[in-house]
Write a protein that binds this ligand. Structure first.
Ligand code: SAM
Length: 223
């Protein structure tokens, strides 16, 4: 059975094909260089401490925007958590079309994304609380909301350009359940179902899922 995790980060299970293009993952193949870059201050501590070295032997370092390295209808399950919002909308569509190509008939895809609807609702709730003097003091909901889109205030010392270089961390598009379902359907998927954290039909969701506080979990099938 073939199971593929796209944009795995360091969440890599042994019996999955884990694919990630992080520069940090590439560096993990050269631990001395990685240590040196950390020591001279080029690789920030937060990136150096990511446990890539433990996982790199399980990762196929590859950009998912390229053709997926699998035959047509050869994959049983695809999992992708907090990846597609880092791609442009047209790139995400291309990746999902590739997922459709490589999945077997009746194969399942599980996508996890930051839920735009949930975030918008939280934003409105928080500004409502502030207007009613019930909100946290010295807190601007708008900053957190705008941060989601990559236009907010940078709060860490890492230069923005370096952040992009190291992890492709900027969000380029956001989805809610309606727009993600529409995107999946436009790529040929059917039966899109909203799921819960660690719940659904995809195997190992209980081991792979994270970020329950703001994620949308959606599964769909290739007919
Ligand atoms: C926010 S992290 C999510 C990691 C993990 N899936 C999780 O849920 O914790 C996004 C991951 O996608 C990877 N990524 C971003 N763009 C990519 C691309 N074009 N090809 C492959 N991986 C990519 C990044 O390197 C990063 O590890």
């Amino acid at each position: 059975m073939k199971k593929v995790n796209l944009g795995s980060g360091t969440t890599c299970l042994d019996d999955w094909v884990n694919i990630d293009s992080s520069f940090n993952a590439r560096l993990a193949k050269c631990p001395r260089l990685r240590y040196l870059l950390f020591k001279i201050g080029i690789l920030p501590k937060e990136y150096y401490e990511m446990p890539w070295s433990e996982h790199i032997h399980k990762v196929m370092v590859r950009d998912v925007r390229k053709k997926l390295p699998f035959d047509d209808e050869s994959v049983d399950f695809i999992y992708s958590s907090h990846l597609i919002e880092h791609l442009r909308k047209d790139e995400a569509e291309k990746v999902l079309r590739e997922c459709f190509r490589v999945l077997k008939r009746d194969g399942l895809i599980r996508l996890i994304i930051p839920d735009l609807e949930l975030m918008a609702r939280n934003y409105l709730k928080e500004i409502g609380e502030i207007r009613n003097n019930k909100g946290k003091k010295n807190y601007l909901p708008s900053e957190r909301f705008l941060d989601i889109f990559g236009v907010g205030v940078e709060r860490t010392k890492t230069p923005f350009i370096l952040k992009i270089f190291l992890s492709g961390s900027r969000h380029r598009w956001m989805y809610d359940s309606i727009s993600l379902t529409a995107l999946l359907e436009s790529c040929g998927f059917v039966d899109a179902q909203k799921r819960s954290y660690k719940e659904g039909e995809l195997p190992d969701s209980d081991l792979l899922d994270n970020r329950p506080e703001h994620s949308l979990y959606l599964e769909a099938r290739k007919p």
